[in-house]
Ligand binder design. Structure first.
Ligand code: PLP
Length: 354
C-alpha cells in the first residue's frame, strides 16, 4: 500500500533542486499568464459584500518595529497577515481556487460532493507521515459516496492561486519595492506561486524559503519530527519549486515558538507557530550587512487563535488551569469547573469573617 501511494503521489521521486514535472509545466503557465498581464485582484472597498468568499485575499502588510530594532536588523521587515482572512489561514485562497476550478471542470457538484483534503501532517505519527495521511484520505474516498480530493499537494491551482492573488497583492502594497520575499513551505504553493509572480515582475526579487531545522528536506536533509505545523511535510511536493529559491534558512521549533509568542507580546500580532518561523527566517536575512536598507516581506500564514490548544500556548494554559480562586470565580455563573470544594469553603469562611 505504502509503495502504491508513493508511486501514485510521486512521493520521494523529487530530489532537492530538481523541479517536479508539475513545476516545470507551471513555468510555462506563469510565463504565459505574465505575458497576458495578471489582473490585480479587486481591492476591498467599504461596501456590503455578498458572501464570505468575497472577503478572501487582500490581507494587510504591516511593519515590524520593535523586534527588528531589538535584534539589530539592518533591513526593514514587513509581514503579510494571512491570519486576517475569513478562515484565519493562507489556505482560504487555494481552497477557493481549487474548488472553483473543480466545479468548472465538472469534477464536483455543490451540495452533492463531499470534499476530502489532507490538511495537516500528523506530527505525532511522523514515522508514517504524509503517505499515512494520504492513505487515510484514500480510505475515506473509497467509503464516502460522491467524495473528491482537491489534492493541494499536486493540484496546480494551489501555486497558481498565489501567482494570481498573493503575488500581485504584495507587489501592489509595496509599490513594487519589495527586495526579498520570505515564506515557510508546506505544499510550497505559497512560496512558489508568490515567488514566481514577484520574480516575473522584477527578476532581482530574492525568494527565501524557511524550513524546520529538524526536517531540512529542501537542503538535502532527512525528514524528522518537528512542531512547525503546516510546514516541512516530510516530502518535496510537486507543488513546490525549490529551484526558484535563492536561499534556504533553517529554523528550530524552539526559535519559531519563541518568536510567535514575541510577535504577540511585542508587536500585538497574535499569530501561529509557522508565522514565528517565517519571522525568524526574515530576521536572519534582515541582519545581514548585504541587505542593509532592503525591504523584506515575510508571509505569516495563520492566526494565533488556531493554536490555543497547542504547545504554543502551553504555559498560558497551565497558568490558567492553576489559577488561584478569586471572588469573581467563586460567584461566577455557572461556577468554574475547577473550583475545589474545600477551597470554596475556605474562601466563604474568609468572606463571612470580613
Ligand atoms: C499553518 C500553515 N498553513 C499554510 C502554510 C503554507 O503552506 P503552503 O506551503 O502549503 O502554501 C503554512 C506554511 O508555513 C502554514 O504554516
Amino acid at each position: 500500500m505504502a509503495e502504491a501511494l508513493k508511486a501514485k503521489y510521486n512521493l520521494g521521486v523529487n530530489t532537492p533542486n530538481i523541479p517536479s514535472p508539475l513545476s516545470v509545466e507551471l513555468h510555462e503557465t506563469y510565463r504565459k499568464m505574465h505575458a497576458e498581464g495578471v489582473p490585480i485582484p479587486p481591492f476591498r472597498e467599504p461596501k456590503i459584500y455578498q458572501s464570505v468568499v468575497d472577503l478572501i485575499g487582500w490581507t494587510p502588510l504591516v511593519e515590524i518595529n520593535q523586534i527588528t530594532k531589538e535584534e539589530g536588523a539592518v533591513a526593514r521587515v514587513v509581514v503579510k497577515l494571512e491570519g486576517l482572512t475569513p478562515g484565519s489561514s493562507v489556505k482560504d485562497r487555494i481552497a477557493l481556487d481549487m474548488i472553483l476550478d473543480a466545479e468548472q471542470k465538472g469534477l464536483i457538484t455543490p451540495g452533492v460532493t463531499t470534499l476530502i483534503e489532507p490538511s495537516e501532517v500528523v506530527l505525532t505519527d511522523t514515522k508514517k507521515g504524509l503517505p499515512n495521511l494520504l492513505g487515510k484520505c484514500d480510505d475515506l474516498l473509497a467509503s464516502i459516496p460522491n467524495s473528491f480530493m482537491l489534492g493541494q499537494f499536486y493540484n496546480s491551482q494551489n501555486p497558481l492561486s498565489h501567482f494570481k492573488s498573493t503575488g500581485p497583492e504584495i507587489w501592489t502594497a509595496t509599490e513594487g519595492k519589495i527586495d526579498i520575499f520570505v515564506a515557510t513551505a508546506g505544499t510550497g504553493g505559497t512560496i512558489s506561486g508568490t515567488g514566481h509572480y514577484l520574480k516575473s515582475m522584477n527578476l532581482k526579487v530574492k525568494v527565501v524559503g524557511v524550513e524546520p531545522a529538524e526536517s531540512p528536506l529542501m537542503q538535502g536533509g532527512k525528514p524528522g519530527p518537528h512542531v512547525i505545523q503546516g510546514t516541512g511535510a516530510g516530502i518535496i511536493p510537486d507543488t513546490i519549486d525549490v529551484s526558484l529559491m535563492d536561499e534556504l534558512v533553517s529554523v528550530t521549533g524552539e526559535e519559531a515558538l519563541t518568536m510567535a509568542r514575541r510577535l504577540g507580546l511585542e508587536e500585538g500580532l497574535l499569530v501561529g507557530i509557522s508565522s514565528g518561523a517565517a519571522m525568524v527566517g526574515a530576521l536572519k536575512v534582515a541582519k545581514k550587512n548585504e541587505n542593509t536598507g532592503k525591504l523584506i516581506v515575510a508571509l505569516l500564514p495563520s492566526a494565533g487563535e488556531r493554536y490555543l490548544s497547542t504547545i504554543l500556548f502551553k504555559d498560558i494554559k497551565e497558568e490558567m488551569e492553576n489559577l488561584k480562586i478569586t471572588d469573581s470565580a467563586l460567584f461566577s455563573d455557572p461556577p468554574q469547573e475547577k473550583v475545589k470544594v474545600e477551597h470554596v469553603a475556605d474562601e466563604v469562611r474568609k468572606l463571612s469573617l470580613e
